[in-house]
Design a protein around this ligand. Structure first.
Ligand code: ADP
Length: 448
């Protein structure tokens, strides 16, 4: 086992990893930008290293600074969290060259899943069902029109290098396609420096269902059921739950086995998430995330497992403790993402926290790096906390969420808490009856 792990991240996820390290008796090293000198992860880690100025590009994304921080502190492994360098194959390669263990999959696995066209191709070869669409990239408007005519409108144009919902445009007909194609390409170029796009059939009322997988890197892999992350704004998740309210045990077992078998065949190592759109009982692969997800705690809650601990164990070469037939679901869990954002436009709202009080009690987990007097810097994303509740069943989890939101105090900045209070009053949310378009429609209706 490692003696010391460096966490190449900030905020709540850095704390999440530090906590796992501490429970495992492993020393932790925090890294931070100058803007984050007073951040909670820096206070909570055993050691910390300043790796650069405010901008992420020069700090949290700086590979030389991270390698140097490992060398200075003697950290043997890096946990990347999510975002930043967590899905960067070059980073993994550089770490390998320096004899530092990356807590995650191999560079090769990150590469095949990082490029969405290759990922879809790989998924198909592994027997995972995919959304009908173009075979590979779509080079020009003419071939876009040809493919769209084959698969039928509406279609969605997506960036090959996409992420965070950027570079995606829907076309309802041939006329709209030309504009959608050009804007998606321009957006992709601006956001990812790569203007390659591909096409998929646009599903009308799907749910976003993702399967948590875990592999030992030697050919054994398991699944830990699904999460329903259909409540999204601009393709960004805001509310996640497990198990999925519409998924039957038979469907879970079937798609779960397909995913676990695929990961076993790849000899995938560590945690991963295979994302699907789900409509009328069918699953359609959209992408795989080769890392820990923001919403992993809902899976931890219903399976009673620690995914980060298992990531660390497997990266250290220990046998994977998860066994498929021992992984059973108990109860229901919900996570809401608390962002420092002002409604109704969700505009970022950095600033000083004048008072913070975390909810507690049975079945409540608050993952947050906030504290009284903390100044949220304007340079990073606006997620300031995740409230996770767990109950014996979904109605109990919903009641608990309402209770816990009532206890939470975050003063000094606007947050997305009022959104969740309002959502809980909605019959569709109470019934678990929502698709990926539900939230956008509700926001338009509620806030105009
Ligand atoms: P990103 O990596 O940018 O998050 P994804 O491929 O995971 O992109 O898609 C994000 C979201 O966009 C999905 O959860 C879904 O809401 C929507 N989406 C993606 N592909 C389709 C599709 N073919 N039909 C309908 N909605 C889609």
């Amino acid at each position: 086992m490692f003696d010391k792990i460096l966490i190449a991240n900030r905020g709540e996820i850095a704390l999440r990893v530090i906590r796992a390290c501490r429970e495992m008796g492993i020393a932790s090293v925090a890294v931070h930008s100058t803007a984050d000198s007073d951040a909670m992860h820096v206070r909570m880690a055993d050691e910390s290293v300043c790796i650069g100025p405010n901008s992420s590009a020069e700090s949290y994304l700086s590979i030389p600074a991270l390698v140097a921080a490992c060398e200075i502190t003697g950290a043997q492994a890096i946990h990347p969290g999510y975002g930043f360098l967590s899905e960067n194959a070059t980073f993994v390669q550089v770490l390998e060259d320096h004899g530092i263990t990356f807590i995650g999959p191999s560079a090769a696995h990150i590469r095949i899943m990082g490029d969405k066209i290759t990922a879809k191709d790989t998924a198909m070869k592994l027997g995972i069902p995919v959304v009908p669409g173009s075979a590979g990239g779509v080079p020009d408007v003419e071939s876009a029109k040809k493919t769209a005519a084959e698969i039928g409108y509406p279609v969605i144009i997506k960036a090959t290098a996409g992420g965070g919902g950027r570079g995606m445009k829907v076309a309802l007909d041939a006329e709209g396609l030309e504009i959608a194609f050009r804007t998606a390409r321009a957006e992709a170029k601006a956001a990812f420096g790569n203007d390659e796009v591909y096409m998929e059939k646009y599903l009308q009322k799907p749910r976003h269902i993702e399967i948590q997988v875990f592999g030992d890197g030697k050919g054994r892999a398991v699944h830990l059921g699904e999460r329903d992350c259909s409540l999204q704004r601009r393709h960004q998740k805001v509310f996640e739950e497990a198990p999925g309210p519409c998924i039957t045990p038979e469907q879970r077992a079937r798609i779960g086995k397909i995913c676990a078998d695929a990961m076993a065949e790849l000899k995938y190592s560590g945690a991963g998430t295979i994302e699907f759109l789900y409509e009328d009982g069918e699953f359609y692969f959209i992408e795989m995330n080769t890392r820990l997800q923001v919403e992993h705690p809902v899976t931890e809650a219903i399976f009673g497992v620690d995914l980060v601990r298992e990531q660390i164990r497997v990266a250290a070469g220990l046998p994977m403790e998860f066994e498929q037939d021992k992984l059973t679901i108990r109860g229901a869990a919900i996570e809401v993402r608390i962002n420092a954002e002002k409604l109704p436009n969700f505009s970022p709202c950095p600033g000083k926290i004048t008072q913070y009080h975390a909810p507690g009690g049975l079945g409540v987990r608050m993952d947050s790096a906030l504290y009284d007097g903390y100044k949220i810097p304007p340079y990073y994303d606006s997620l300031i906390g995740k409230l996770i509740v767990f109950g014996r069943d979904r109605p109990e989890a919903l009641a608990r969420l309402s209770r816990a939101l009532g206890e939470l105090i975050v003063d000094g900045v606007d947050t997305t808490v009022p959104l969740f209070n309002a959502l809980l009053a909605e019959p569709d949310i109470q019934a678990g009856d929502y698709s990926i378009h539900w939230l956008e429609k509700w926001l338009a209706k509620t806030y105009g």
